[in-house]
Design a protein. Structure first.
Length: 155
């Protein structure tokens, strides 16, 4: 009887460990996909708004502000202290659009595809033709990186 109970105990511990490992893997996959979906949605919105920009107001490593035909002062700002990206415009309050951001960088290119040094200021803002966005998000043990670019077609 003791041998049967001992074998049953070993069996249930092995099965339990397998189930726990499977649940951890499923949770990690869920967190990774959740991060990817959030980042992709923000990247899509950001590049869509940047592509319609008709005036650049501010162009820095961690901040971009522009006017679009429908909204003035659209601004995206990365706060490294809070690990967030916020969006603001003239008609809305500042909103956190992305969390768990460990790095976020805007890069600016002119018509000859030359990288412009930041901050881009004054008349140099009118030479921006492509805005590249590179971001890394991390939550728990999961880390993802995404990049995208917008061609400023109205400039």
């Amino acid at each position: 009887m003791m041998i049967v109970l001992s074998l049953a105990g070993v069996f249930f511990v092995a099965v339990g460990e397998t189930v726990v490992t499977g649940l951890r893997a499923a949770r990690a996959a869920y967190e990774r996909e959740d991060l990817r979906m959030q980042a992709a949605a923000v990247l899509e919105r950001l590049t869509r708004e940047l592509a319609s920009a008709d005036d650049v107001d501010d162009a820095d490593d961690d901040e971009f502000q522009c006017d679009t035909p429908s909204v003035n002062n659209v601004e995206y700002v990365y706060d490294s202290g809070a690990d967030t990206v916020t969006r603001d415009d003239a008609s809305l309050n500042e909103q956190i659009v992305l969390r768990y951001v460990t790095s976020f960088d805007f890069n600016y290119y002119d018509t000859s595809n030359a990288l412009l040094s930041t901050p881009v200021a004054g008349s140099a803002e009118d030479t921006i033709r492509v805005v590249q966005v590179v971001m890394t998000l991390s939550r728990g043990t999961e880390t993802i990186s995404l990049a995208g670019a917008a061609y400023l077609r109205n400039m």
